[in-house]
Design a protein around this ligand. Structure first.
Ligand code: CDT
Length: 340
């Protein structure tokens, strides 16, 4: 029996450091309204949806605090953009995955000034995911305001919730006797690590939801040649983004929805786009056409995950866990010894 679903990626275009939250919120509300008008059931928004990608800036603690959402956002509070967004999605009957920088009292108590980003599908809050792999550095590459820093190790703590898949029962309204979708979340840099994908694969994930901010030009960050032109760098960043998403969707036989924060922030910092919906065969079903706010919609049938899970990637039959110990037992590279 097919399990059809209409899903969307809500790509968000440029946001400056000083863009008022009220104007960001109205753009997000418009994307939600567009999704509802097109009878979408699940929408995925980017990482740090409600602000610019502030870890690229070296900020003082007072300013930094204004870029986080406080824990307990559902209870209210002044100018609570996240709560307004969530309530609007709820009114429209949409399931939403949205990334935001989260501040929690326990984290503040532990280590003032460091926070954890998370992503939550709402309403109600079915699950929460906190980004595990934090790229970049604790110290800035430079304090020159034009430098693209990546200060996630300074501004956040690594996620502590693991990779827990969950069911989204609201999405099966159109096919009641069948099982509800199994959903997983990753945030940005996590998508480059096969380990997280496999943890979800081992729970039978059917829809991976990934928001991100990926810089198109940051020579200090790359593993590739520092001599690349801006065009080559942008092309590489997009290639690697698509490579990891398509490959991991295929090897775990899952759909995947990716959502970019994109555009040219502060008229200087370029982020790639690449918002797309990918099939369990690793093929792109729909993708962005602009580098602005844009809703990318696709109709999927979750039962298309089944052949890959039952055949090529039938984990129970083919995996050889006795050979994989190194993956969890060792963090960095240990090279084989040189021949004597
Ligand atoms: N936000 C985020 O995690 N960005 C990183 C940049 C890493 S530089 C290769 C990303 O993986 O896209």
């Amino acid at each position: 029996m097919p399990r059809p679903l209409r899903v969307a990626s809500a790509q968000v275009g440029h946001i400056d450091l000083t863009t008022p939250r009220s104007s960001i919120l109205s753009r997000l509300i418009s994307l939600l309204d567009q999704a509802a008008a097109q009878s979408v059931q699940l929408v995925v928004f980017p990482e740090t949806t409600f602000t610019t990608f502030f870890p690229r800036y070296f900020l003082g603690e007072a300013e930094l605090g204004s870029y986080y959402e406080r824990d307990g956002f559902l209870e209210g509070g002044e100018n609570n953009v996240l709560r307004t967004f969530v309530c609007h999605a709820g009114k429209l009957g949409l399931d939403v995955v949205v990334g935001y920088a989260e501040s929690t009292p326990d984290i503040e108590a532990l280590r003032k000034g460091l926070y954890t980003p998370s992503s939550a599908p709402l309403p109600p809050v079915l699950s929460k995911y906190r980004k595990v792999h934090l790229p970049g550095t604790y110290e800035p590459f430079s304090t020159d305001p034009k430098t693209t820093n990546q200060l996630e190790k300074r501004y956040f703590r690594p996620g502590d919730l693991g990779f827990e898949a969950f069911r989204a029962p609201g999405l099966k309204a159109k096919w009641p006797p069948a099982q509800s979708p199994i959903v997983g979340m990753l945030i940005c840099n996590d998508r480059r690590w096969a380990e997280g994908w496999r943890c979800y694969g081992l729970q039978g994930v059917e829809i991976m939801c990934i928001g991100y901010n990926t810089t198109a030009w940051a020579p200090e960050l790359w593993g590739s040649s520092p001599d690349l032109t801006r065009e080559q760098a942008r092309e590489d960043a997009m290639f690697h983004h698509k490579l990891v998403v398509q490959a991991n969707a295929y090897t775990n036989s899952t759909f995947c929805i990716t959502s970019a924060r994109t555009g040219l922030d502060d008229n200087h910092f370029e982020l790639i786009s690449g918002s797309m919906i990918v099939s369990p065969q690793g093929r792109i079903l729909a993708e962005n056409k602009t580098s602005s706010d844009e809703l990318i919609v696709a109709d999927v049938d979750l039962d298309e995950c089944k052949p890959g899970k039952a055949k090529t990637f039938c984990f129970e039959r083919h995996r050889r866990v006795e050979c994989y110990g190194r993956i969890v037992g060792q963090r960095g590279v240990v090279e084989p010894p040189e021949e004597a």
